[in-house]
Design a protein around this ligand. Structure first.
Ligand code: RIB
Length: 292
């Protein structure tokens, strides 16, 4: 069992050929609402691969909230830990342009995820092989979860996104920290290779299509990505995190888990939507086989 404690958003995606300048109006060519949120995305990514997942989070008493709740249930995520609160369900405004994206998140109910909700789900948290966190829920809740996990000796994977919410003292409480290159440089104020060398087998920096890197205590290990044609990169990092969690809890080494996660992420970008391209285990294995 893996417990994901994090955000659940409705992604409001708009595709445009031109990013509007300040004060300008342009015409877009696609509008859609699809399930997202870094927490929910990572839960779905790991569940599709075969992990047993419990999600702890919150949605509002509204249409988006219901849709997102049932989406997770259909993905076979254990939804007993999802609360309904008086705030509106979190949304992410996603502007898609030229295989890139710009995202504004309005957290809504995600900011109601509190200590009490963690305590109410303690029975399953205690049984978890891994707890996964991102930074779209309140920092006080992250503090609390990290303390609980430290006391119970439960490994924690923290994906520090959005990086602005990161607290430096957390590095000593997590088992794995998985920033992308920009987040890593923002958090530590220096280039990622210098950072990696200070935290052997702990920080895994994702490098987009180039793959990911970590320091094994002797050398920086760069695990190359799988080059593919990207349709939508939204959720690629979440797929990486969910797949890494699946693989590491299945007993793989860090290098094997990173390689596995790179392949899963490469499949995820081939379809539209954060969760749209997240692969099943057979798809990842097939691509892995093809590389032998
Ligand atoms: O990582 C992608 C996710 O970030 C989107 O699904 C959006 O909801 C934001 O949380």
């Amino acid at each position: 069992m893996i417990t994901v404690i994090g955000s659940i958003n409705m992604d409001i995606a708009i595709r445009t050929d031109i990013f509007p300048k300040q004060g300008e109006t342009v015409l877009g060519n696609l509008f859609t609402t699809i399930p997202g949120g870094k927490g929910a995305n990572q839960a779905v990514a790991a569940a599709r691969l075969g992990s047993q997942i419990q999600m702890v989070g919150a949605v509002g008493e509204d249409a988006f909230g219901n849709e997102l709740y049932f989406n997770l249930k259909n993905e076979e995520v254990h939804v007993g830990g999802i609360a309904k609160t008086n705030n509106s369900t979190g949304i992410a405004n996603i502007l898609l342009h030229d295989n890139d994206n710009r995202i504004i998140v309005v957290p809504g109910a995600n900011f109601d995820v509190n200590q009490q909700m963690i305590d109410e789900n303690m029975e399953l948290i205690e049984k978890s092989k891994l707890v996964m966190l991102q930074l779209e829920i309140p920092v006080e809740t992250i503090d609390y979860v990290l303390d609980v996990c430290e006391k119970l000796s439960i490994p924690v994977l923290l994906n520090p996104a959005p990086a602005a919410n990161y607290k430096p003292e957390w590095i000593n409480k997590v088992t794995y920290l998985t920033p992308n290159e920009t987040e890593c440089e923002f958090i530590f104020g220096t280039d990622y290779e210098t950072v990696l060398k200070q935290y052997p087998n702990k920080i895994i920096v994702t490098l987009g299509g180039e793959g990911a890197a970590y320091y094994d205590g002797t050398k920086i290990v760069k695990v190359p990505g799988f080059k593919t044609k990207a349709v939508d990169t939204t959720g690629a990092g979440d797929t990486f995190n969910g797949a890494f969690a699946y693989a590491i809890t299945a007993g793989k080494s860090i290098e094997e888990a990173v390689h596995f996660a790179n392949i899963a992420a490469s499949l995820s970008v081939e379809k539209f939507g954060a969760q749209g391209g997240m692969p099943q285990i057979e798809q990842v294995n097939k691509r892995l086989e093809g590389l032998k």
